[in-house]
Design a protein around this ligand. Sequence first.
Ligand code: PRX
Length: 676
Amino acid sequence: MVVPGRQDKEEKIFYPPEDLQTNAHVPNFNSYLALYKRSIEEPEEFWRDVAQEFYWTEPPSGPVLQFNFDVTKGNINMKFMAGAKTNVCYNVLDRNVLDRDLGEKVAYYWEGNSPGHHQTITYTDLLKQVCRCANGLKQMGVQKGDRVAIYLPMIPELVVTMLACARIGAVHSTVFAGFSSDSLAERIVDAQCSVLVTADGVYRGEKLINLKQISDKALENCQEKGPLTVQKCVVVKHHGFKTGGTNERQRLQTPWNTQRDVWWHNMVDSESEHCDPEWLDAEDPLFILYTSGSTGKPKGVLHTVAGYLLYTYLTFRYVFDHHHDDVYWCTADIGWITGHSYIAYGPLANGATSVLFEGIPVYPHVCRYWEIIEKYGVSKFYTAPTAIRLLMKHGREPLQKYDLSSLRVLGTVGEPISPEAWLWYHDAVGQGRCPVVDTFWQTETGGHVLTPLPAATPLKPGSATLPFFGVEPCILNENGEELQGEAEGYLVFQKPWPGIMRGIYGNQERFENTYFKKFPGFYVTGDGCRRDKDGYYWITGRIDDMLNVSGHLLSTAEVEGALADHEAVAEAAVVGRPHALKGECLYCFVTLKDSREFTNVLVGELKSRVREKIGPIATPDFIQNAPSLPKTRSGKIMRRVLRQIARNDEDLGDLSTLADPKVVDVLFSQRCEAAA
Ligand code: PRX
């Protein structure tokens, strides 16, 4: 790694602003290099120092990191500070209240879907609410190791439930509240959850979503798959309770099963504000979070106690250069890993003040983000390229109406950001004075792995720049050979860092096959990557059958499965097509059964089938009739050709392996020009 030269004319480089450097935790490039070197050469000492920030009933004394990444040498495993004992909830709440005098500090400014609905929650408030919830869950019989499914919108009860689980050693499995009942059911069954925590309903923009009805449908669906593991369904009265009565609002039917359903307020109101934490082993499970898998079925990514705590703490502190007076806002939903690591655990571990936002960027107007930044004086702002593209469409005028002078650091995550969007973010939102940290990471990595540090790393628009402490990226070619210097290939890692996943819940074989089989000795991210002459990393996108729609990973196999589930469909193939706002959208080819006709009604049915099976984020933009699909002689669908048809790219190259090349002309002639 070298400092990119100022004289380099080919690319624009942005150097850290001096005022940020004065006070920063990592104030310049040399300090980054020195700390990075230490984290790689003396990992034991490096992480032991970080561990000192936390409270342990059994401090780490054995080896810090133990692992095997080589499938040919036995089971894949990784352990961090195994044998030490602590509790994540205690460290992110009690420690802040008791030892750091942060009890009165605001943990969250909750901002509802509608402006005017808001709430302020201090660390002391949060601790009390968490203890009540933890006691309530215990009363229901939830014990250490039990799984609790959470299907909640972005309300404080979501963080409260997660932390309550962490306090008593239960394992939370949060499911994004935009997923369908089928998706929720699949996740509940896979993790065998004993409790489901949900809400009556929520407004997303102007749309009312009946979460309880979806939850009930999911539980029915679970029952069809076997004995129902869920004993209790806890329901937050959110729709009519905190947000001001239902009189002027659409009525919401809340179906009720008196045997099973419990109102949240009835569960917590009579409980004590004190609850002893369960002291857990560093390697005990903390949570499961599902992410799309290329074979269709979602994978329950498992994270454990100590490694995740230390890693989210440290990345948050350094990547956002967190200071006591900051107001931080991450716009992600907690149902995704970004929310787990950088709305819940990382910020709380640092005693930070965050905004917790329930709504969407354009409701009730396109200035909502800017209004919130001004309202709370947000200094560190973290969002996704898809939101940036959406807001960019509305130009700079909406920004000029608000005072954004509190902003210091901007962050992005979820998909590659184009230099154009990066520059708009930097110039229009950050007014040219805020570094943009482009953070590359995954559900599996637990926290940032490639990222700039705002006061230390010179920035190149579109590059996630350099590795975080303790992370050693490698680039491999197709033969698994490690490439040095300037290179492009598979992004892999040879060693773990504390926050990396520990497995796929209940499926070691799939874990090893998915991430470790292709190149023995390496964790394979599934992303392509280029390293430039300065050692900077540029993510080029997924190189497996995954699509990234608005920053959300979707598996083509899962969408194909949902389409093929329709009785008219004989076969389906799904590819990505570039999309101005979503980054990528779904372009589907369907082959119908002989007697069936391709009609607009059918297209509508297919779209709703995908919505029902997966959720609105997976709704296809294009559905094309495909009398047959381009296949090799051995029957494999040539996705490359389908991608080119979807993009209207006629430069098809070598088609000699196709069994019937005429298929391609037919598909080109029937391409969808406009979205369905
Ligand atoms: O393809 C990469 C893309 O998102 C994938 C991980 O998705 P998920 O597990 O849902 O987590 C998203 C939030 C961490 C990666 O494999 N990705 C994420 N961040 C970036 C990115 N691609 C390019 N640049 C990024 N900064």
